[in-house]
Ligand binder design. Structure first.
Ligand code: NAD
Length: 484
């Protein structure tokens, strides 16, 4: 069994208090690793290392920082197969999802920000009286980065890459449920020669390691991705220290299918949006509103497609649906299905654990793709995040009705709309409360665009220039040039 270590000051070190957490393989339910249960002393050591490394890293020429980030990308790419397998074992996701989408995205994250800093501009504004304003952007110091379990290396590197690129040093706290690829990243950083202390990774729970990081007075910048309740707590703590904060939180995203949509593309898109990564992507479309004239036919075809998804051992390349991340999360999702039944929903397919799993996976945390109909838009099932392979379908007759329902939750992360009428698409895009609206597509990601949520889905934006701004402090220098 693997025993993981923290990564502090360039070394792999055990937790100061010698405590460990058990980590289970979701596909089997068996113990597979021991994870440091770090506390305040580990966070203290990591922050001290990051603070010491900061002046030299901030002064390192952008060209050199870029070269190091590109080297990390190269080494991740080289080990993609091994990292994808680790991600699958640790999280229950299919090895195909990890290999085709998530590990390549971790590579892109480092390449994108490793080259973005080479093209960074400095704003200048000249005034009528010949004063010239030059706005410098300085790194802010130690950034505390906290990430969730659903896309472990993908989301962790989405924060690490811009923070390091802009000259900050980092203390990262990955999810305690899926720490393995973050541990591998620490090995890769050592091999690539990243200077000690520039990146530090502290493993452990949110309650101990996470809280210690959020509360630490020498961590002025915090970037968090995770649940809305956790985000609220972090925001309260961070406010007391006047920390700069970015929050990426939960979602309850609508998929709107209009009668004029291209039928096969819309069906494919809606199925993928509902069940990718077992519905455990913050952007998953878990409420599908279908124009009434095509509803019965669409619902029948959607249910048929959900039934066909191949559930099984996530390490096999043909598997389409793996396990949920933990026993606790599996039980929560099954509890949501029970609630949907109590609320009057009809379970059109799924609703429980699959029966025909391979021997190796009998103790795993699997839930069948589940489709529910006949629920009102304002019930708990339709307004609270489930974060599993559970989706509701409902018919709408007027676009305004679909919009009211789509916007009728506390969340506002993403939406996808399927129609061939581009004027109609624009009306939806304008009126939907969502940080991202996809028209005739889902999860198409350009790393240059602002990414994040409205309402209780997020505060601030990641991606492209937004990330470069977030991790830097503007400082305006005004030079009086004198009249010609
Ligand atoms: P979570 O909030 O339970 O945990 C996220 C991270 O925060 C973990 O590393 C955890 O250890 C840490 N944490 C927990 N309590 C903490 C505290 N008090 N102080 C500091 N850190 C703490 O979320 P999760 O269950 O890991 O992830 C699922 C959630 O993440 C879902 O709600 C999902 O929608 C959301 N998510 C959002 C996005 C996005 O971009 N908006 C992306 C992925 C996931």
């Amino acid at each position: 069994m693997l025993t993981l270590a923290n990564y502090i000051r360039g070394e792999l070190v055990p937790p100061a208090e010698g405590k460990y957490l058990d980590s289970f393989e979701p596909a089997t339910g068996k113990l597979h690793a021991r994870v440091p249960d770090s506390g305040a002393p580990d966070v203290e050591a990591a922050v001290a290392a990051a603070r010491e490394a900061f002046p030299a890293w901030a002064a390192t020429p952008a060209q050199k920082r870029s070269r190091l980030l590109l080297e990390l990308a190269r080494r991740i790419e080289e080990r993609a197969g091994e990292l994808a397998r680790d991600e699958s074992v640790d999280s229950g996701k299919t090895v195909t999802q990890a290999l085709e989408r998530e590990i390549p995205r971790a590579v892109s994250n480092f390449r994108f920000f490793g080259t973005a800093i080479l093209h960074a501009r400095t704003d200048a504004h000249r005034m009528d009286d010949f004063a010239l304003n030059v706005t410098l952007r300085k790194p802010r110091g130690v950034a505390g980065l906290i990430s969730p379990w659903n896309l472990p290396l993908y989301l962790l590197t989405w924060k690490i890459a811009p923070a390091l690129a802009t000259g900050n040093t980092v203390v990262a706290k990955p999810s305690e449920l899926t720490p393995l690829t973050a541990f591998r990243l620490s090995e890769i950083c050592r091999e690539a020669g990243l200077p000690p202390g520039v990146l530090n990774i502290v493993h452990g729970t949110g309650a101990r390691a996470g809280e210690a990081l959020v509360q630490h007075p020498q961590v002025p910048t915090l970037s968090f991705t995770g649940g809305t309740q956790t985000g609220r707590r972090i925001a309260e703590t961070a406010a007391r220290g006047f920390k700069k904060l970015a929050l990426e939180m939960g979602g309850k995203n609508p998929t709107v299918i209009c009668a004029d949509a291209e039928p096969e593309a819309a069906l494919d898109g809606a199925v993928r949006a509902a069940f990718s990564n077992q519905g455990q992507i913050c952007l998953c479309g878990s409420r599908v509103f279908v124009e009434a004239s095509i509803y019965d036919d669409f619902a029948a075809r959607f249910v048929a497609r959900a039934r066909q998804l191949k559930i099984g051992d996530p390490l096999l390349p043909e598997t389409e649906q793996g396990a949920l991340v933990s026993r606790g999360h599996r039980d929560k999702v099954l509890g949501c299905v029970k609630l949907a039944r109590e609320e009057g929903g009809t379970i059109r397919c799924g609703g429980g654990a699959p029966e025909d799993l391979p021997e190796r996976c009998r103790g795993g945390y699997f839930v069948q793709p589940t489709v529910i109909t006949d629920l009102p838009p304002d019930c708990r099932t339709n307004t609270e995040e489930i974060f599993g392979p559970v989706v509701t379908l409902a018919p709408f007759t007027r676009d305004e009705e679909a919009l009211t329902w789509a916007n009728g939750t506390p969340y506002g992360l993403a939406a996808s709309v399927w129609t061939r009428d581009l004027a109609r698409a624009q009306r939806f895009a304008d009126a939907l409360d969502a940080g991202t609206v996809w028209i005739n597509c889902w999860l198409v990601r350009d790393l240059r665009v602002p990414f994040g949520g409205m309402k209780q889905s997020g505060v601030g934006r990641e991606g492209g220039d937004e990330a470069l701004r977030f991790f830097t402090e503007p400082k305006n220098v005004c030079v009086k040039l004198g009249a010609p």
